[in-house]
Design a binder for this molecule. Sequence first.
Ligand code: HEC
Length: 115
Amino acid sequence: MIDRRSSPAFLVLSAALLLPWGAASAQGVDEAAATALMKKSGCLKCHAVSAKKDGPSFQETAAKFKGKADAEQKLRAFITTSPKIKVDGKEEEHEALKSKEDAAIKNVVQYILTR
Ligand code: HEC
């Protein structure tokens, strides 16, 4: 009989489940959670990973902040405090993430910065 608990797939799965969800580092971004929260918040109407829509692509933003020590802080503020922006020449408030949860916000920031 095969001991399923020593199979590689089981070990990988266990390791994934043991990772604390909030500990989103550059390596540990929960992409599904980031995308789901941005979808729920309406972000993807104006942003995509590589294509420019009304807003810059996430790759463009990642490049803009690459190597900047205050990148996380700046982006966090941008996507939680509804700053004024211009869309098609018309001033409006930038959409804020529909979450107050620190770990979830951080996960989205890291998702964007690592595109
Ligand atoms: C109505 C369209 C629209 C929606 C919805 C929208 N954005 Fe934006 N976003 C923009 C525009 C336009 C800019 C560029 C603003 C500027 O540079 O002044 C921008 C800029 C950004 C930037 C770059 C900030 C920087 O300092 O370079 C990020 C990151 C971003 N948005 C993330 C998000 C997230 C996350 C959401 C959802 C909570 C979201 N956006 C929703 C239009 C939108």
